[in-house]
Ligand binder design. Structure first.
Ligand code: SF4
Ligand code: SF4
Ligand code: SF4
Length: 268
């Protein structure tokens, strides 16, 4: 990565060229970064942003780090993503859509894409495919989880990339942060929550605002899905509600597909 000409404690500091790209998404993750006025200038002194459609008109094909938001749903997106990968030294999947397919991958529940296309777009059908996460198409070096990502976490990851420090994420579940925040457990109110099995790092955003977790950051290490299902069943939460939560962002795809098969077994 290019040397910025600056030093920290006598050590040359690099200022990598960073580019932001979006695919099928709501672009909310990019917005999160721009919204961080308090530290935006510090962030910009750390990297040299050369592509960011939401924020600037200049463009460049020369960059070290590519932050890629969104999921892949069309053939032309596959080619564009491969081109970005070929230019970037580090490719970062930004947000749940990029990491897991996000809410877009709910489309994959419908096996008949022609029917989906016709139902949604009518006679103005568009070219669309099953939704894929970035890692299904190209090699991904780093993931930043969340829908949307937390700007503080993006800044931490970028800082660590720039200074060459290992990136680590919480291994424990959202429940740990929720308990630390002294929230009332939604299970005790008879509501669904994926906090026991979802990777922490969001500060228990949803339970802290009186809403159950939908698992946007994907599974925590050693997540015990069966135990979580048992706890929800004991509190009278319907199977469909549990499945809806597990399927929502795509992070629990492996277990939710099996769960759906079990639930629909024997049904027409
Ligand atoms: S992860 Fe969520 S906020 Fe980010 S682009 Fe996808 S839908 Fe939008
Ligand atoms: S509300 Fe959710 S995240 Fe909080 S303790 Fe209960 S199950 Fe865990
Ligand atoms: S509580 Fe769950 S759904 Fe809400 S932001 Fe955190 S991980 Fe995502």
């Amino acid at each position: 990565m290019p040397n910025s000409g600056k030093t920290y404690l006598g050590v040359p500091v690099s200022r990598p060229r960073a580019a932001f790209f979006d695919f099928s998404s709501c672009e909310g993750c990019q917005l999160q970064i721009l919204n961080n006025e308090a530290t935006l200038l510090d962030f910009l002194s750390l990297v040299q942003v050369v592509n960011f459609r939401e924020a600037m008109t200049e463009e460049s094909d020369e960059y070290d780090i590519a932050f890629v938001e969104g999921s892949i749903t069309r053939p032309d997106e596959v080619e564009r993503l491969k081109a970005i990968r070929s230019r970037a030294k580090v490719l970062v999947a930004l947000g749940s859509c990029a990491c897991f397919g996000g809410v877009n991958q709910l489309k994959n529940r419908f096996r008949d894409l022609l029917w989906v296309n016709k139902t949604v777009y009518g006679d103005a059908a568009v070219e669309t495919d099953f939704v894929r996460r970035l890692a299904d198409v190209v090699a991904v070096d780093l993931m930043i989880y969340g829908c949307p990502v937390r700007k503080e976490e993006v800044e931490k990851v970028v800082t660590n990339v720039v200074i060459g420090k290992e990136i680590s994420y919480p291994k424990y579940p959202v429940c740990m942060e929720c308990k630390a925040g002294e929230n009332i457990c939604l299970f005790d109110l008879g509501e669904a929550c994926l906090g026991p099995v979802t990777r922490a790092g969001c500060g228990a955003w949803c339970p802290g605002n009186r809403a159950g977790c939908w698992g946007c950051r994907g599974p925590a290490d050693d997540a015990n899905i069966e135990q979580m299902k048992r706890l929800m069943r004991e509190r009278g939460i319907p199977e469909e509600t549990i499945l809806d939560r597990l399927e929502c962002f795509g992070g629990f795809r492996e277990v939710s597909e099996t769960f759906r098969l079990e639930m629909t077994k024997g049904k027409p």
